[in-house]
Ligand binder design. Structure first.
Ligand SMILES: [Fe+2]
Length: 708
């Protein structure tokens, strides 16, 4: 590695994320760059600008995955590109220039980087010495003058900056059978926004890739969509009718394929991103380093390291990697060894499992001005096994009630051996059966894992920002229905109370969620806001550990963003739900030749509202039958929405705008990314200790009668 204009890579130990809240010395900065595997470039101080020493000619074909920037701080940001060499032995030297203007007349720093096949020719440059809350432009040029497209980035505001912070949060982009029109819309709106309304960054809450890939000749259609040719895995493995990656080259190939999407690539060149993985960056039903396919769980430590390596190479993020060298990710050598022993938190203590999980640490906190601290957690790497994923949990379902799982049983198995104050029942009653409590000897479910949870709680308590924003890739709001209120002529629900919808996120990890919310209440933490993805649906509501008939006491506000493009449950119901099913009214309403998402009403208002709406089509009359005890935590739910969400956080208000687009089946041909379905803003005013948070909504455009 060579460097000039202040770019001197050095080796350093562990990165402390919190120090970035203050400006770093040059020496500390170089250490940070080394620990996250980036070349360092330090901007000049004062108003002395350099002239460009390269002759840059844009050659996008040489940089097929574009450019990107990530994890901005007040004085620094990470820059990224990929410039493949001619063959596996090639060495590519790039010059990276950073300027205050898009014409590169005011260059603040330049760095040199060496790219090799060891990092799949990806490149990371950490630029420091920048001014807070400023726009910068960057570009890369090879030694023959072949230049990347120009990227735009922004630094974070200084910690004492009192201006409002705006940013978008997104999740779940599928390029195999979806179009990224939401990014086109986001860029369009940002370009025409007033300066104070422009986005500071995009938070990507995971499912940046879907590692499951369908080949069009094997499955031409997926619900409403045509399956597109995306990637062929050189070493892939086939399950059912899809293919999964098994090597780092396979995972790299799927990242490259996604980054060839023009709208995603434009978004990465236009906004800095802050990214964290969800499940699909490793494996659909994966947890720790285990994969689950065809009903079987298998240890895949080598694939977990491969997934981490590809993520590290393709996402510019300030996260720790195993080796201090700057040119590649030198992952641990692990074997796929059966994981048989688990500690008291359900963490597999097999050596290769721990090494694979520790090969990349994604959880971190970042700060934007006085009002925003973003605390991002990893919901997949440290979690215990989902008890509701067990085959035995099927005993709490009924074939007459698609999707429903007995809620009281969900709570008992989540709690494991801690249920009933440490005296878990041997059996759980459901209908006429006494079902053996398969979880009675297991630890209570944890999604964060003990170590990450301790870090998370400490950060929450220590934060001095107005809004402590939990970037949780998965949802936290309960999903439930009230089948106990069905009319006498409907099928009879075997349970005695509410039905949940199974496990997978903090919506049914009751013990851990309660622990976190009790901590928030005990420490008088106000301004606690959770933003999430994963559910392929828009939700706005209040964070509460319990719902009626238990005590309902919210401690924060919570939002889930719809998928950018991956299909959601409504699309699946439209294609699969039987027309003559006696409970069809709970899921879909048939009016005017259209199937409407009655499931939104089910989750928010209950079964009586659904039946009335199916019968009369009168939404006001239907909502008059709302069960107010069912979901007092929900303000808005749309199980069929796609798009993105925008946060605006100021000294006294927290707004989340849902920008919903039509089902993104084909790429929009217009600059605005196509029409909107609706735009709704949910707002809360900062509450004081002892006060309860409240939400109110304002519809800006579109009809959201079935969502509210
Ligand atoms: Fe997803």
């Amino acid at each position: 590695m060579t460097a000039f204009a202040g770019a001197i890579p050095i080796r350093c130990g562990r990165l402390t994320y919190e120090v970035g809240m203050n400006r770093l010395s040059r020496r500390e900065f170089l250490g940070v760059a080394a620990s996250i595997g980036a070349v360092a470039a330090f901007a000049r101080t004062g108003r002395v600008f350099a002239k460009s020493k390269v002759i840059w000619t844009e050659r996008r074909d040489l940089y097929p995955e574009g450019v990107s920037s990530g994890d901005p701080k007040p004085d620094s940001v990470l820059l990224w590109t990929r410039r493949p060499g001619a063959d596996a032995n090639a060495v590519v030297h790039l010059t990276c220039e950073v300027a205050e203007d898009a014409k590169f007349a005011r260059i603040v720093t330049t760095a040199r980087a060496k790219l090799t096949a060891a990092s799949d020719f990806t490149c990371r440059v950490l630029v420091g010495g920048l001014k807070p809350a400023r726009e910068y432009w960057y570009r890369f040029t090879d030694d023959e003058g072949g230049g990347s497209r120009i990227g735009r980035t922004l630094t974070a505001p200084a910690d004492d900056d009192t201006r409002a912070v705006r940013f978008a949060f997104v999740s779940c982009q599928n390029a195999n059978f979806g179009a990224q029109n939401a990014y086109r819309r986001m860029i369009f709106e940002d370009m025409k926004a007033a300066p104070e309304d422009r986005l500071g960054f995009v938070l990507h809450l995971g499912d940046f890739i879907y590692e499951l890939v369908w080949y069009p000749e094997e499955r031409p259609d997926y619900y409403d969509r045509k399956v597109r040719e995306l990637v062929r895995y050189a070493s892939g493995e086939k399950h059912e009718n899809f293919h999964i990656p098994t090597t780092v080259d396979d995972y790299r190939a799927v990242y490259r394929a996604y980054l060839h999407d023009p709208d995603l690539q434009d978004a990465r060149a236009h906004f800095p991103f802050v990214a964290i993985w969800d499940n699909h960056e490793f494996s659909w039903l994966g947890w720790q380093s285990l994969q689950v396919f065809d009903g079987k769980t298998s240890p895949q430590q080598r694939r977990k390291v491969a997934a981490n390596q590809a993520w590290f190479e393709y996402q510019p993020a300030r996260i720790r990697k195993p080796n201090a060298g700057l040119e590649h990710f030198d992952g641990p050598k692990v074997e796929d060894v059966a994981i048989e022993k688990f500690d008291e938190h359900g963490l597999g203590i097999e050596r290769n499992n721990l090494a694979a999980l520790n090969s990349l640490t994604g959880y971190r906190a970042l700060r934007w001005g006085r009002h925003v601290e973003l605390i991002i957690t990893d919901q997949r790497s440290y979690r215990s096994e989902d008890p509701l994923g067990h085959d035995e949990a099927d005993a709490f379902t009924s074939k007459d009630f698609p999707q429903f799982v007995d809620e009281p049983a969900q709570r008992i198995v989540d709690a494991g051996r801690s249920a009933n104050d440490g005296k878990p029942p041997a059996t759980i009653r459901f209908g006429d059966a006494d079902v053996p409590n398969f979880a009675k000897d297991s630890p209570a479910q944890t999604i964060l894992g003990a170590q990450q949870k301790a870090w998370f709680l400490e950060r929450l308590k220590a934060s001095r920002a107005t809004w402590k924003i939990w970037g949780n890739t998965t949802g936290t709001l309960d999903m439930r229905a009230d089948p106990q209120n069905l009319p006498a002529d409907a099928p009879r629900w075997p349970g005695s109370g509410y039905a949940g919808f199974g496990g997978g996120d903090h919506g049914s990890a009751y013990v851990e969620r309660g622990e976190i919310y009790d901590f928030v209440a005990r420490h008088d933490i106000t301004g606690f806001a959770t933003i999430a993805g994963d559910r392929h649906s828009f939700w706005a509501g209040l964070s509460a550990k319990d719902l009626p008939p238990r005590q309902f006491t919210p401690v924060g506000v919570a939002f889930i963003t719809g998928s950018l493009s991956a299909p959601g449950i409504v699309e699946s119901l439209e294609h699969k739900f039987p027309k003559q099913h006696p409970l069809r009214a709970l899921f879909l309403a048939d009016h005017g030749g259209k199937q409407e998402p009655a499931i939104n009403l089910l989750l928010h208002h209950g079964v009586r509202t659904c039946f009335e709406y199916a019968k009369s089509g009168d939404i006001a009359k239907a909502k008059a039958l709302s069960n107010r005890q069912l979901s007092p935590h929900v303000d808005f739910v749309d199980m069929g929405g796609h798009g993105y969400s925008v946060v605006r956080a100021s000294a006294d208000r927290f707004d989340v705008e849902f920008v919903c687009i039509p089902r993104p089946i084909e790429r929009s041909t217009t600059d605005d990314g196509g029409p909107l379905r609706y735009r709704v803003v949910h707002s809360t005013t900062l509450w004081k200790p002892g006060e309860l948070p409240k939400l109110e909504s304002k519809v800006i455009e579109g009809n959201v009668d079935l969502m509210t």
